[in-house]
Design a protein around this ligand. Sequence first.
Ligand SMILES: C[S@@+](CC[C@H](N)C(=O)[O-])C[C@H]1O[C@@H](n2cnc3c(N)ncnc32)[C@H](O)[C@@H]1O
Length: 192
Amino acid sequence: MKSVLPRPTELARTWIQQVLREGDVAIDATVGNGHDTLFLAGCVGATGRVIGFDIQQSAIESARNLLRENGAMVSNVDFHCMSHAKMPDVVTSSVRAVMFNLGYLPGADHSLITKVAETIPALLAASSLLSAGGLITIVCYPGHPGGEEEMRAVIEWASNLDSGWQVAKYEKLGTLKLAPVLLGIQKSGGGV
Ligand SMILES: C[S@@+](CC[C@H](N)C(=O)[O-])C[C@H]1O[C@@H](n2cnc3c(N)ncnc32)[C@H](O)[C@@H]1O
């Protein structure tokens, strides 16, 4: 049976697609192997811009290769090998969407994970850069050491946002391993 219930990473893209338009600016807060970067670059097109963050240079190289292999315009993507917590140092314009895919880079050092002390400041920065109607997606992975603590902190932060935000949570139930959780956070106002 083909499941009609998408994986959190797939659903995040479905949500993002509904707010991003050609020419927009979007942030990939955790570039990794670049799958979300490639997706965002496709959404914003030749006149848009994607700003990507990762603390591992190897991840950024891997993402650049993925973009090239797929014929995407690498010149429309600014990669920053730095923590997403430093987002305000390099992003000055407002942005329409920010994707976070937390945890570690598959196939690389599993100790290099996203951490609460960086994730929450990065979410605060992302929320203040977001334009009205814009969307933040966060995929949390509670299954690795530190992942559950991070997920709880992210959910607590999102749950305490004021009425200027809409927040939703999606997760599969009854899974053998702790399933990833997707949060969608949309800023009120603006048109979609
Ligand atoms: C699950 S992977 C991201 C997968 C990616 N979105 C993709 O589509 O391939 C998480 C990434 O977050 C990165 N990371 C960890 N801490 C970070 C931080 N403080 N700022 C930015 N990236 C970070 C890791 O190096 C890793 O590459």
